[in-house]
Design a protein around this ligand. Structure first.
Ligand code: 4GT
Length: 256
């Protein structure tokens, strides 16, 4: 059974960015993932097919009206129920949501599907959010002009979590954040590029040494670049090996 994703959006064409390209495109083609869009404009009852109106209380911009969104959600839910999916969650992408992280993506990748709601303008009538939305999710502390890019970010990172979507099944388990650390650096041919050599150890063929070096790089880079992530890792406890490798990294960093 594919992951069933219904998206409520005024701009369904935007989603070709994920359905047509790369790993996510392949997942669509292979039936690992199914995306269906619903345009609230198709559920309007007025001649101008308007989906937005002025904010009560005044102020700039427009607000998305509840009714075309509610009718879209009903259609999406009906489709999911016909497929046998029970109590599918409706997720509203918004800056006020729970921040998306690796753990949340992994949790979603174990569900059979969901319904994503994309806002435009200043946002959505609060009554629709209260009555129809099960969860709000944010992709970071910044404002976008619509929820579509956020929905695609969420879909992309869920798809690459799912078994069978990456060429190399090990890739997803070696990724950043899987072990709470940033990734080690990567190198490929040529051995020397504009005078810069590939680290000697990667050419040694000694896989135990390479593993230790990569772990050390992961620890060191997380300590240097993402002290916030490093604190979490530290609080969760490091192995003896990790502590030794990090101390060694710090020493050579400070004496450089
Ligand atoms: C930021 C995010 C998001 C927006 C985020 C409603 C109208 C929200 C425009 C939309 N901005 N959506 N999901 N950080 N803007 O996730």
């Amino acid at each position: 059974m594919p992951f069933e994703c219904d998206v409520i959006t005024l701009f369904p064409e935007m989603f070709s960015a994920i359905t047509q390209y790369g790993i996510t495109g392949k997942a669509c083609k292979n039936g690992i993932f199914q995306l269906v869009t619903w345009n609230p404009r198709d559920f309007t009852h007025n001649n101008h097919r308007t989906v937005d109106d002025d904010p009560y209380g005044g102020g700039p911009g427009m607000v998305m009206m509840a009714q075309p969104l509610e009718d879209s959600i009903i259609q999406a839910k009906t489709r999911q129920i016909k497929l046998g999916l029970k109590n599918t969650r409706v997720i509203y992408l918004s800056p006020q949501g729970k921040p998306l992280d690796h753990e949340t993506a992994k949790m979603f990748s174990n569900l059979p599907g969901f319904i994503l709601l994309c806002g435009r303008y200043e946002g959505i009538d609060e009554r629709l959010i209260i009555n129809q939305v099960d969860m709000e999710l944010s992709i970071g502390d910044y404002v976008l002009s619509g929820g579509e890019l956020a929905a695609m970010v969420l879909i992309d990172c869920i798809i690459r979590q799912m078994p069978g979507t990456l060429g190399d099944p090990e890739s997803a388990t070696q990724d950043s954040f899987v072990n709470g650390l940033l990734e080690h650096p990567h190198y490929t041919r040529p051995e020397q590029y504009k005078g810069d050599c590939v680290p000697e150890i990667l050419m040694s063929g000694n896989h135990a040494h390479i593993r230790r070096w990569r772990l050390q790089q992961s620890l060191g880079r997380t300590w240097l670049k993402r002290p916030d992530l490093f604190e979490l890792k530290f609080a969760q406890g490091m192995t003896g090996e990790e502590e030794i490798l990090l101390e060694e990294f710090k020493k050579s960093y400070k004496s450089r």
